[in-house]
Design a protein around this ligand. Structure first.
Ligand code: HEC
Length: 554
């Protein structure tokens, strides 16, 4: 039996804080257990309890059950000094220090309600959007609390709206990179600026709307273990995180020209600088794929090309798209590597798909929506080959076992497919209008999976290309963006406006939505860790500078 010391520290922000814990008893499979409660609710289900060893970069989180009990599996916390914190929207407690020996220990947590401003800091983008509607795309790059806490009046908002419009999607507070093109004011800005000045704190001292938060996790959603790894830079923006066959996690940085690797067994990281390909253009990357030979490939976005690292020699090689195709709007955002090592590169704005043979360096370009042209005089409205006015953006790409590539036509409702030998393209129309698919994943049986992230859709979809049939499942309140199917056949998704990740069992239609420990983590790509049983999800918390593993406990 070990001795456990628990100290409590009063936190200035919390209204009342009480932490107690004490007894140490022996229990073989659990290292740290306890009860979570509050005066308002008594025993609390669905409180995320996070344990971080002092000096460590790894945070381990479990969730309290219907009796308010939480328990860390014994093999997850080594002996040492830990700090415990919680995520429970509307509540908080002071960080608690716990010393763990080799045996079991308990630490009970008493939570108190927080004031409105502290509550506001706990809201996800989707919760702000539920509380004050019509905030549009303002939550795409950062938390909406900046918008609601601001004191800008109508004129200040009009200037700010133009400033925001010109940031590139990977722009951060540390690196506010601009789009290559310059965008000016728009007629609708007057009304939107007036609206923003009516809901922020420019004319009142406190909001006159209620902060609406989602209910805490319940039932199966509490049976989960989440491990988060801090990356070595506070300004890291890990967008795609993918696990390779050796269990290493590779990540792209949305903002800076960096390729990273995390060893989830130790938390160790290594980062490589990516060469500049297009001076003066935003340097970050987005998609990341592992080739059959195990080497990572990374889509260089505004740099108009891709790069790969030879793991054995440490050499980085870059490939630009053809010079004649490069223009202001070129954005090679997504890529995939086929079974034969062929690299597919999707230029989202110019709607081109390039197929690269890395052995010969030969790259062939194909239009993903033949005949489509942007009408820049009308903003981002485009004109299709039949004169139809629609948006078409070629987003994520995946290649099936036969070398056929599939991509999502985002801002619309199409999945495209191409046989690279003939260059022939086939389009499949998703049943739900404005579904806005973004990333695609192909299973070994050649089914194409995608998330429908438009807030009016919020579904998970699959296309059987053999029959042309679609099937869809509801994924509210997630705007599913990244998607992966794990070894057990479960589908994982997530999206930026919420901190939920979904695990769907397509055979029963049952979904479980797990809540991440980090507020406004910004969930992007979904990947699977098939080394655990059951398999877990791998993701980058783009705005949390962390990589996370979500492992169901069942
Ligand atoms: C493409 C990314 C992006 C989008 C979309 C975006 N922002 Fe921002 N925002 C930024 C960046 C980068 C910063 C930090 C640099 C700065 O303050 O200009 C920022 C900062 C802010 C701030 C805090 C700084 C300040 O001026 O007080 C506010 C408020 C804000 N944004 C409001 C908005 C609103 C309103 C919208 C929707 C119209 C929006 N943002 C959409 C990138 C974005």
């Amino acid at each position: 039996m070990s001795r456990t010391n628990v100290h409590s520290r009063m936190c200035a922000g919390a209204i009342a804080v009480l932490f107690f814990a004490l007894s140490a008893f022996s229990q073989s499979s659990m290292s740290l257990t306890g009860a979570v409660s509050s005066d308002a609710e008594g025993a609390m289900e669905g409180v995320l309890v996070k344990a971080k060893q002092v000096g460590s970069t790894i945070t381990v989180t479990v969730v309290s059950d219907e009796h308010g009990r939480y328990a860390f599996p014994a093999d997850k916390l080594k002996p040492g000094q830990y700090v415990l914190t919680v995520r429970a929207t509307g509540y908080d407690t002071a960080p608690a220090n716990v010393t763990l020996g080799t045996g079991a220990a308990t630490a009970d947590l008493k939570l108190s309600k927080v004031d409105t401003f502290a509550h506001a800091n706990q809201l996800m983008v989707a919760e702000w959007q539920n509380s004050v509607p019509s905030l549009g795309a303002c939550g795409g790059c950062h938390n909406l609390s900046y918008v609601l806490k601001s004191t800008y009046d109508v004129d200040m908002w009009k200037q700010t709206l133009v400033r925001m419009r010109n940031y590139e999607p990977g722009a951060s507070f540390s690196y506010p990179f601009l789009l290559p093109e310059r965008l000016g004011a728009r007629p609708a800005d007057q009304d939107f600026a007036t609206y923003l000045a009516s809901i922020n704190l420019s004319a009142k001292r406190m909001w006159d709307f209620e902060l609406k938060s989602f209910p805490r996790p319940k039932g199966k959603a509490t049976k989960v273990l989440i491990t988060e790894y801090d990356l070595p830079r506070f300004d890291a923006e890990p967008h795609d995180a993918v696990m390779d066959a050796d269990g290493m996690i590779w990540y792209s940085d949305f903002t800076l020209p960096i390729l990273g690797r995390l060893d989830p067994r130790t938390g160790e990281t290594k980062e490589w600088d990516l060469p500049e390909m297009r001076p003066g253009f935003p340097p970050g990357s987005l998609d990341l794929a592992i080739a059959p030979d195990g080497n990572p490939w990374i889509a260089r976005k505004f740099q108009a090309g891709v790069a790969t690292l030879d793991k054995k020699t440490g050499k980085i090689t870059s490939y630009s798209i053809p010079k004649k195709d490069i223009n202001t709007y070129s954005r090679t955002t997504y890529l995939a590597v086929g079974p034969d090592g062929t690299v597919w590169i999707s230029d989202t704005e110019d709607r081109m798909m390039y197929v690269l043979n890395p052995k010969t360096g030969k790259m062939t370009g194909h239009e993903t929506y033949p005949g489509f042209k942007w009408d820049y005089s009308q903003g981002r409205l485009g004109i299709g080959p039949k004169g139809e006015k629609e948006n078409h953006l070629s987003f994520g790409v995946a290649v099936n076992s036969k070398g056929i590539g599939y991509w999502a036509d985002s801002a619309n409702r199409l999945i495209g497919g191409m046989d690279p030998a003939s260059g022939k393209i086939k389009m499949y129309m998703i049943p739900t209008a404005n579904s806005d698919p973004a990333r695609v994943f192909v299973t070994p049986d050649d089914k194409v999976w995608f998330g429908e992230r438009n807030p009016s859709a919020q579904k998970i979809g699959v296309l059987d290309v053999k029959t042309g049939q679609f099937k869809e499942w509801d994924d509210r309140p997630v705007d599913p963006y990244g998607i992966v199917v794990d070894k057990s056949g479960h589908v994982w998704t997530g999206g930026t406006p919420t901190d939920f990740v979904t695990r769907l069992d397509p055979s029963t239609g049952e979904s479980v939505r797990y809540l991440l420990p980090t507020v406004n983590a910004s969930v992007q790509r979904a990947d699977a860790n098939n080394f655990t049983n059951p398999p877990s999800m791998v993701l980058g918390e783009t705005h949390g500078a962390k990589i996370a593993l979500v492992q169901p406990l069942e």
